[in-house]
Design a protein around this ligand. Structure first.
Ligand code: C5P
Length: 234
């Protein structure tokens, strides 16, 4: 692995704080992840402000709607200059394909990832919504559908990285949250891996929030994570 796989999750509704963190981490991370919290507060203007900082931006929007609507939203996001965004794989192959195809008409097509099974859903909750199979089986099934639809990869928990890599091959992006350096606070994350373990299992991009954003010296933490993975930061 040569490029920087760390994407910092800027989970804040505070635009100035997000800009400050992006600036201070710009030489130590490979990209920024913005989720619904930031995007609902600041919309396309806030997104543009972060994109203008120069790092690749992953918009964690998790679209799930009919193909025509998702295609329109995908075209708009890709047109703004977002580097990566995601859709729910459970929206179906036609929807995923429509999202990907919509990006192709924009200046720099965004990469499109599929969300497989939300990590907040355990086996019991999955069974209640009619998905009674094992979580890993469902994740691999949805990852295969995403690949069939022409998507660039998936977001999955550290626990499913190896199974997805095995099923989908090397030319498929695997992005994983739930990353914690050794000895770090888990917060509300349960199924975690260290950055080294996740890369070893086959992850391409590691989404890390609080271990960086809540640190006294986020740049120093990022550099120590890169050292653990064996990537030199620029
Ligand atoms: O602070 P922390 O490192 O836990 O942040 C992880 C980021 O990844 C957050 O933005 C969270 O919303 C996101 N995420 C996650 N688990 C998922 C999907 C996204 O933690 N299954």
């Amino acid at each position: 692995m040569t490029s920087n796989p760390l994407y910092v999750a800027l989970d804040t509704p505070d635009l100035e704080r997000a800009l400050m963190l992006a600036r201070s981490l710009s030489a130590a991370v490979g990209g920024i992840k913005l989720g619904l919290e930031f995007l609902s507060a600041h919309g396309p203007d806030g997104l543009r402000r972060l994109i203008d900082e120069g790092l690749p931006v992953f918009a964690d929007v998790k679209f799930h709607d009919i193909p025509n609507t998702v295609a329109g939203a995908a075209r708009a996001l890709s047109g703004l200059g977002v580097g990566i965004f995601n859709v729910h794989a459970s929206g179906g192959v036609a929807m995923m394909r429509a999202a990907k195809e919509a990006t192709l008409g924009t200046a720099v097509p965004a990469k499109v990832l599929a969300v497989t099974v939300l990590t907040s859903l355990g086996p019991q909750e999955l069974a209640r919504v009619g998905q009674g199979m094992k979580v890993e089986e469902q994740v691999v099934r949805l990852a295969a559908l995403a690949q069939e639809a022409g998507l660039d990869g998936v977001v999955c928990s550290p626990r499913e990285i190896a199974a997805v890599r095995n099923a989908c091959g090397s030319n498929f992006l695997i992005v994983t949250p739930g990353i914690r350096p050794k000895g770090a606070e888990l917060g509300d994350q349960v199924r975690v891996m260290t950055p080294g373990e996740a890369v070893q299992a086959g992850a391409d991009i590691l989404v890390i929030g609080r271990p960086l954003t809540a640190a006294k010296d986020p740049v120093a933490v990022a550099r120590s994570l890169l050292l653990e993975i064996g990537v030199g930061s620029s």
